[in-house]
Ligand binder design. Sequence first.
Ligand SMILES: [Ca+2]
Ligand SMILES: [Ca+2]
Length: 206
Amino acid sequence: MRRAIATLLCGCAVVGLLTAETAWAQDGHGSIVGWGDQIVGGDLSSGFVAVAAGDHHSLGLKDDGSIVAWGDNLAGQCDVPEPNTDFVAIAGGGTHTLGLKADGTIVAWGANSYGQCDAPAPNTGFVAIAAGDSHNLGLKGYPRGDLNCDGLINGFDIDGFVLALQGPDYYDPVYPDCERMNADINADGVVNGFDIDAFVELIIED
Ligand SMILES: [Ca+2]
Ligand SMILES: [Ca+2]
């Protein structure tokens, strides 16, 4: 089961700010390194699987599916809406933020003067997101967890998930028109045993 958020940075008014031009760097897998005109966030030392940047705010996606946001928060672009769980991708707009959930829905928050936070209906089936200054793009596809590519995530995906864990030599011949990486439920770029708990959670939620 994905853990609930242990700690979310307190808004974006984080402690330990460096000067705007100061670069920061931390060694190690899963840490975030930043440079340039930026405000430094809190603990960025481990557990991250993706990063994104807006005009003056920054985003990190953690391996537990939560988003950490820091920087300029004048439009609320760093106020990740609850529940801050099950995110698999992030994108930073000018003064807004996008998060893609594991179930293929988009969550958006921050400035909405151009409707950039109003995800169009039906808000389902998204597999990738991008954010411009005041607009967004969403790519439709088969969501993570849909291992038989029927557009649904349910118990009929279990066989495909097991084959996906075994490798492309097992999965691809059975599902030639589907995508084995849909089994990368925790969005860390690989399909392995660490995806099992998240997959089970998706099936249970269905
Ligand atoms: Ca399916
Ligand atoms: Ca994975």
